[in-house]
Design a protein around this ligand. Structure first.
Ligand SMILES: *Cc1c(COP(=O)(O)O)cnc(C)c1O
Length: 412
């Protein structure tokens, strides 16, 4: 079975994990900054911990933080848990990014930060965002911090410029479902020495070194990742996931249980093993992006124009962390694809303002119609770098079969 995502790991990561390497964490930070052309990078156990630490380190509290209604919910968790208030903005159906007119309208005297997400690798118009922010700063007379959420957009470019360097800081997630991985982990980059100093001091005084047991567990987790994504046994993994509770702890989105909380280890430092894996992954980064871009173009060529299937755009500078299409009846399509040996993902199946713990932050639900629509209709096709032409063709053939069958049934 073709899995919905697959980390691009080979024996190099495993060998690196086993090798002794002094100062791997600071080397990972340095190499990360260098790869994405930033001055500084600071590693965290999760992307969400980095965002939380950003607000804490700067003493931002009780402020409004603008963010998209349709994104990973842990971003909203980080805002609330740091003592701030999320202010949601709807997305566009074109590239899933925030509607900048709505961003402009949402800024008020309480706004202290904006999370500029580049969802699925599509670069947000950072030039326009910059103009909006400068005008608002003049109007309200205080700084508005811009954090580029690059968890899906490592290396994405707007008009040739890396989006990660177009704000005050950039946020990255590094778990195994991300474009490059350090097993778990997150990173924040910045070009400001003052911000770097504050983040670094905060991290070093609040985050703790995990014990031996956790380090051993992480190693076992890494070992388990290799067979778990092997296509020959992935059918079994998928069956265990769908039909039994055995893998729930590992695969079910534990952040979707109706509460705003972080995992218990959110204040642990990243470990050496993770940094060593991350270092190998950084070297593969150009190849990973190139392949994803090729796959996206291939899907576009072969799937464009099928009635009942809304494709994402091809965008210059996008990195395609996911290839997300919209269909009217997602469940049926996913099940039919599964029977044909292709697992599809249901990546963001929620609209944050509509989730129980976030309703209290919303006055008017009707403005999040695009977010709600995407939460119900989006599915992602496999786009992992390791997919061969042959596998891509298998996906394409299955999609064409499934969609045209369903379509002719609904529209005889
Ligand atoms: C993954 C992700 C993050 C960070 O997630 P962590 O799991 O905390 O590392 C942030 N934003 C988006 C859009 C993401 O997908």
């Amino acid at each position: 079975m073709i899995p919905r995502f697959k980390p691009y790991l080979d024996k190099k990561e495993l060998l690196a994990a086993l090798r002794r390497q002094e100062g791997a964490i600071s080397r990972f930070e340095e190499e990360f900054a260098r790869t994405f052309e930033a001055k500084y990078a600071i590693a965290f156990p999760y992307g969400r911990s980095a965002l939380w630490a950003f607000f804490k380190a700067l003493g931002i509290e009780g402020a409004e933080v603008i963010m998209p209604a349709y994104t990973c919910v842990v971003v909203a968790h980080a805002i609330v848990l740091s003592g701030n208030i999320p202010r949601f903005v709807d997305i566009t159906l074109y590239d899933y990014n925030m509607d900048l007119d709505q961003v402009e309208a949402a800024i008020n005297e309480h706004t202290r930060a904006i999370i500029a997400t580049h969802l699925f690798g599509y670069p947000l118009n950072v030039d326009r965002l910059g103009e909006i922010v400068r005008a608002a700063e003049d109007r309200w007379g205080h700084k508005i911090w811009v954090i580029q959420d690059c968890a899906h957009a490592f290396g994405a470019r707007w008009q040739g410029k890396l989006v990660c360097n177009e704000g005050d800081a950039a946020l990255f997630g590094l778990n195994i479902s991300k474009m490059i991985t350090s097993v778990f982990g997150g990173m924040m980059t910045t070009n400001s020495p003052e911000l770097y100093g504050k983040l670094r001091t905060f991290r070093d005084s609040h985050f703790v070194q995990p014990g031996l047991l956790k380090r051993a567990r992480r190693f076992l987790y890494l070992l388990a990742v290799y067979p778990a994504f092997n296509e020959r046994i992935y059918g079994l993994v998928n069956w265990l996931e769908e039909e039994t509770p055995l893998l729930d702890r590992m695969t079910k989105a534990y952040h979707l249980d109706g509460q705003i909380h972080f995992p218990p280890d959110y204040l642990d430092q990243i470990i050496e093993l993770e940094a060593k894996v991350g270092l190998v992954q950084l070297r593969k980064y150009p190849e990973i992006i190139r392949r994803r871009q090729e796959h996206a173009r291939y899907y576009d060529q072969h799937l464009r124009g099928i009635p009942g299937l809304e494709l994402p755009p091809l965008v210059e500078g996008a990195t395609y962390s996911h290839y997300v299409v919209r269909v009217p009846d997602r469940r049926t399509v996913m099940e039919a694809m599964r029977r044909r040996g292709v697992q599809l993902g249901e990546l963001i199946q929620y609209s944050i303002p509509h989730m129980a713990p976030y309703r209290r932050y919303v006055e008017e639900f009707s403005i999040f119609t695009n977010s709600l629509h995407c939460s119900r209709s989006s599915i992602n096709l496999p786009i992992q770098p390791c997919l061969s032409r042959y596998k891509l063709e298998q996906v394409i053939r299955s999609v064409v079969d499934v969609i045209s069958l369903g379509y002719s049934r609904r529209h005889p």
